[in-house]
Design a protein around this ligand. Structure first.
Ligand SMILES: [Zn+2]
Length: 125
């Protein structure tokens, strides 16, 4: 069992320490629901309130978090694209492309720090 894992590491099949969970999106009436929203936010190590705020703004809607789910007050076919946009802007390192980053508040700005390569980038939210 362990040998197999080491083999995979050697082959470079296991690269990322972070496993981003795929958001489970469904719609109900005129609402869109991400049923594993909290798990998704935990997997990218981001504050769910901040991720939700980004999505409300991008989709020009409101919503709320309920028992780990995010409920958006709109039926949106572009939600998946907006989640990808969030990952691209606020999770993936622009230098090495890895998702091993943390977001830290510094004054009026946020700093995206990469734990894999050490790159830093200032972000205005
Ligand atoms: Zn990096």
């Amino acid at each position: 069992m362990l040998d197999k894992v080491y083999e995979k590491i050697k082959k470079g099949e296991i690269k990322d320490r972070i496993n981003i969970i795929k958001p489970e999106i469904s719609s109900s009436g005129n609402k869109t629901i991400i049923s594993n929203f909290e798990q998704f936010c935990n997997s990218i190590r981001r504050d769910k309130k901040q991720v939700a705020k980004f999505l409300y703004k991008e989709l020009a809607t409101s919503g709320f978090v309920d028992r780990g789910r995010l409920i958006l007050q709109t039926r949106s076919p572009i939600l998946e694209d907006k989640i990808q946009k969030y990952l691209k802007n606020f999770v993936y390192c622009h230098e090495c492309g890895k998702p091993d980053t943390i977001l830290q508040k510094e004054g009026r700005f946020y700093i995206l720090k990469c734990e894999a390569c050490g790159a830093r980038r200032t972000i205005k939210l």
